[in-house]
Structures are given as structure tokens and as C-alpha cells.
Design a binder for this molecule. Sequence first.
Ligand SMILES: Cc1cc2nc3c(=O)[nH]c(=O)nc-3n(C[C@H](O)[C@H](O)[C@H](O)COP(=O)(O)OP(=O)(O)OC[C@H]3O[C@@H](n4cnc5c(N)ncnc54)[C@H](O)[C@@H]3O)c2cc1C
Length: 583
Amino acid sequence: MLAALATTFGLHRRGGGTSLVMVQRLRGRAAGEGSSDGWCSSRAVMVDAVVVGAGPNGLVAANHLADAGWSVTVLEAAPEPGGAVRTGELTLPGYRHDLFSAFYPLAAAAPTLRDLRLEEHGLRWCRAPLVLAHALRDGGSVAISTDVDATAASVDRFARGDGDAWREMYRQWTSLRGHFVEALFRPFPPVRPVVRLLAGLGPTGALRFARHLLLPARRMSEELFAGEGGGLLLGGNALHTDLSPESAGSGLYGWLLCCLAQEHGFPVPEGGAAGLTDALVRRLASRGGTVRCGCTVAQIVVRRGRAVGVRTANGEIVEAGRAVLADVAAPALYGGLVSAADLPGELLDDVGRFQWDMGTVKVDWALDGPIPWLSDECRQAGTVHVADDFDNFTEYAAHVAMRMLPARPFLVVGQQSISDPTRSPPGTETAWAYTHVPRDVHHDAAGELDVSRGGEAWAEAFADRMEARIEERAPGFRARVRGRHVFSPAGLEAADANLAGGAVNGGTSQLHQQLVLRPVPGFGRAETPIAGLYLASAAAHPGGGVHGGAGANAARAALLPARRPRAWVLGRGRIGRRGPPPA
Ligand SMILES: Cc1cc2nc3c(=O)[nH]c(=O)nc-3n(C[C@H](O)[C@H](O)[C@H](O)COP(=O)(O)OP(=O)(O)OC[C@H]3O[C@@H](n4cnc5c(N)ncnc54)[C@H](O)[C@@H]3O)c2cc1C
């Protein structure tokens, strides 16, 4: 059976697990068709749809198109599929590190991914005993468990009554989450789920809920909780975006992730993040779709206002009979992949104002034992947040905004072996942490690191600062480090072009670049000014995170003309007619 599979697909071993990458990559190579770009052949190929980029959004889009009976080819620049959902041995043999993302509450909740039933294609979710803990300096902590009473008890330790406040927050979530989650992940404007949501809330309730969603995380924490614990959970989760806890709308992210954590946990795929990618690739293969790796797309070919295919970096043309879906960064799509001559000048001006999210430094560790946190809750949680108090969130965000390396970086720490023991040899731990830094570093807020030479020479010393933050809360941590790998912002971008400058969410999550304003005003849907071309990446609504929403929306938009031949692009800058391509 394995031999038969290996003939049909390229079968690659990644540490202890197995991943499937489609056959073209290997055939092209064997036939000597390769070039410096990879293994793309020079033959013209014709499919219904070309998807550029095999990140989660590209793969979700490809699966939806294949489900509709379209022939689909996904072209991926990296040597393996997955985008920011990949796993590899970065440090020592036997330690499987998630190269980028690791925890998937959004994937567990979003219908766009859930409906693909990836469990039938090999995906297995694992969960840690506790979902998430916040580690305080003195060894104190607060934690989320999937048992609401346990979470309430943890929050209640900070102020009597806060446990009930948590329960009430979660009760409100469970009463509206169906329509809310539907509204979040479906194309904008999500008329039906919003109408149902409003009908359930009533006019005043709807206005109150709108106010709740617009609150800064600090204000939401103050309104909901008397003690520090609940607020730390809201604030830490809000900072998974690039929003400051003082920004309007940051409360929404904190609330959403806290409630998802409460309901679904922060699950991880068994064997590593790549388990999710592998399931998407397998499912696509089972429907005849292909993924070609090592194949960079250099140009979207546009004829008479319509995308008709792509040209790869080594000159191959892949023709798309019906659509091209781009799982690429918005500035890359509108700043080179599509010729400026094919785009409205207004759009190009708007793209000039596109705002990326912050840079990121990510550190991976191979440890010879679990992190020796002082707090028992932290020892049981798959994800740990590190910040001294709520003001530390604000100070950190302010330092980044002022182009300073933060003096006391807020850390998101992952202890992967606690959720999934297959990640490292028995008794050891595979861990990672990331924090954000300015895209353009001018100073070090702690006055310790020389950033004047430009470049990223400061990255290793900054990783030491991150380690010190853990060591304070887990004395003996450093002595357990057997191997370490540091991803600087440039390193992240080199591994995945969409992570430009270390951005993790495809552009800022601030209100001025959301919904109808994402990625630029007037293009809040997957449609672009070019007929047959759809933006399918986190740069499009609903933004960053692994949920496949942007990919599913792009696929839905691409399929629409087949059902409704003469629909026009909504909004300004319409150029091409939707519908079948010109003969
Ligand atoms: C360090 C880090 C931690 C994160 N943690 C989490 C987490 O725990 N949970 C979570 O939900 N999210 C997390 N995220 C965010 C999440 O990973 C991203 O939002 C998500 O991967 C975006 O998916 P995407 O498909 O839009 O883009 P990507 O995953 O970036 O994939 C894009 C793909 O397109 C390819 N590509 C780009 N240009 C071309 C081209 N011209 N030709 C061919 N191929 C091209 C790239 O190589 C890449 O493979 C994290 C991100 C990072 C970087």
C-alpha cells in the first residue's frame, strides 16, 4: 500500500511523521526539467484553476474548487506545502518543531475548515491538560481549562465574583456563537448570519453587543473583572494580533480567543502542525488536485482584463481556464505579480498605504525536560503567556509602536510535547516562543542592544532576553536547553514570502484595515479588479490565523460566475466582466 502511494505521490518522511507532496515535483526533477527555481516543467499546462501558494488558505481554496469538480493545480514556492503551517527538525534529531503556527482554535471552530472533515484524511487533534496559562513573575498564574468551572475557579482567585463574571461571559458566547462565527468567516457582508444574530439580540442588545466588540481590551477587562486574572487572559489573547490593549476592537480578539479556548481548547495536530497541511493535501489529492512545490509564480497573466493563467519564475505558463486564486500577500499581488498597467491607479495608491502587522522574533528550543515553571497551571498548559501585569502589555505595544525592541517583551510560549508527546523523545520537551518587534528597529527600549548597525545582528541577544523572561518564572529553564533556533523577521520572510518583515497576520488587524477596508478600501471581498483573479490569503477578510476563511471565500467567489454568469464586481474599480472567459 505504501509503495503504491509512493508511486502516486512523492512520499517524504518528516521526522517521525509522513507527508505527501504531489508527484509533479518529483517527476519534473527526474526528467531533468528543473531550473534554479525548482522543478517546474516548461510545458504549458491547462487546468480550471491555478492556486498560487499552498498555505492553509490556498489549500482550503483548492479543496473547495476540487469539490465542485474543477481541475486544480496549486503552485508553491517553498520546497514543501503548508505556508506558515509546517513542522521540521530545527534543532536536534527527534525534536519536531512547528516552524511557525502551532495552536488551532480557529481551525477547530471555523466552518470553512471544519466542513472539510480532515479527520477522515488523517488529521488527529491533541490537547494539553490545560489550554492556556498566564505566568506571573512571582510564580502566580491564571489559566483557562476546557472545564468552565476550573477556569472560573482560577479567575476567581484574583477577586471573588470574577469566576461568575467569566461564566457569564462564556454564557453570552454560547448563546450567540453559531451566527457570530458564521458571520466572521463567511464573505463580507455576511448578511444572513448578521440578520439572525441581530434578531436574537434585539435592537438594544445588538447595540450593546456592537459596543462590546469595539472595546479596547483594557476597558473590557475593567468592565468584566474586578481582579487582574480575567484581564490578563483577555489582554494576552488580544495581543495575538498587532493591536495594543488600548486600541478599539482589541477586546474583540481577546474575548474571541478566550471563548474559543474555553469551548474548543487550543488543539494541535498530532505529530506537528504539518499534520493539518498533510490532511489538506491528501484530501485534495483524493479529488484529483495537485500541489507542485519549488515552483514560484512570477506573474499573473492577464488578457483583456481577465486572469488566464500564471507564468512561473522559470518561464513556464500554467493556463487557468476559469480562475486564478492568489494565496499571496496583497502588496505582492498588486505590486508585481499583476502588472501595474492592468490595475486602476486608485488601487495602486491604496496599496501604497497598505499597513503590515509588526515584525516577529520566534525561538525554538529542544529541552531535556519540561519547562520548570513555578506555577503548576503553567506546567500543564499547552500555551503560556508571559507578561508582568496588564501595564506590561501596554508598555510592550508602545515600545513596538515607537520602533523600539521591547524591554519586557510579551511572550506567547508553546510547550508542544505537553499537548502531543510525539513531538520529542520521552521526558523531553519541544517548545517555542514568539514576540513582536518593530518592522524598522530604531532603538532598544532596555538600552542594552546595539541596533545602530541596521540588519538583525541583535536577534540572538534579543532571544536571550526572551529566555530570561521564562527563566524568571521557571528557574532552571536555561539549563534544560539542548538546542536552540532563532527566526528573525528576515528569516521568517525567507521561509515564506507572505511573512514579509516577520508579519504573521497578512497585514494589520486594526480597524482601518478590516472588513470592507481589507486589504484596501473597496475590496473587502475576494474579488479583485481583474476578472477571474481572487485574493485568497490572510491579506483578505477575515484576516490572519489558520481558519481557511479567506481561501474558502475566494473559492466561493470563483465558483459564483459558473453559477451566475453575468454578475459584476461590487464596489469601485470594476474592470472585467464576471463570467466565462472570452473565447
Ligand atoms: C510565528 C507564527 C506563529 C503563528 N501562530 C499561529 C497560531 O498558533 N495559530 C494560528 O491560527 N495562526 C498562527 N499564525 C498565523 C497563521 O499561520 C497565518 O495567518 C496563516 O498561515 C495564513 O495563511 P495563508 O494561507 O494566508 O498564508 P501562508 O500560510 O503564509 O501561506 C502562503 C504560501 O504562499 C506561498 N507563496 C507566496 N508567494 C508565492 C508565489 N509568488 N509563488 C508560489 N508560492 C507563493 C508561500 O511560500 C506560502 O507557502 C502564526 C504565524 C506565524 C508566522
